[in-house]
Design a protein around this ligand. Sequence first.
Ligand code: SF4
Length: 193
Amino acid sequence: MTYKTQIAVSACLLGQKVRYDGKTKKHALIIDMFLNKGLSTVELIPFCPEVAIGLGVPREKIQVIRNKDKQIRLVGVEDHTLDVTHELQSYAENFLLQYPDIKYYIVKSKSPSCGYQSTPLFISQVDDEKSGLMKKHDNYNYNYNYNYEQAELTSGLFVQTLQTIEPELVIIEETQFDSEEACLMFFQQIQNG
Ligand code: SF4
């Protein structure tokens, strides 16, 4: 029996309509090279962390923030009481337990869950103490001025959790696969172990 290398892929890249807006981010080249032509050597494992934790489709858009306590949280863009930080982290931990042999991940850029070093990190620009618009939820305080501004780029929370547990994983965004040559180079990397 031929051994196939498993590659986990953000499901929206494979044409699944799992995005917050009910749409897909279908990546024709990845599907052609990895799903159609690569069938004999690789097995693609689709995943969508946000659907997996029950957010549904469509759903409220979420974002990565650093709160006033310097904690990274994954919260709703409109409703900051929607906090799925623990759920996303637990899903990532369980995914690693379920698929201990997967060393390669192809992920959707800029996503608050799946992005790899391209996800906007938002930080409150107002003084929480003075705003008077705080609400306590899940033991964390949230600012209700919605005045969050992008400060820097980070990784989505699913990817952050994977890397914390398994720093050696190979994680690549779909933007790297912009040509057949790039895909073939990746195949070569897999074959060389
Ligand atoms: S969570 Fe990841 S897989 Fe799901 S829609 Fe967003 S980018 Fe795609």
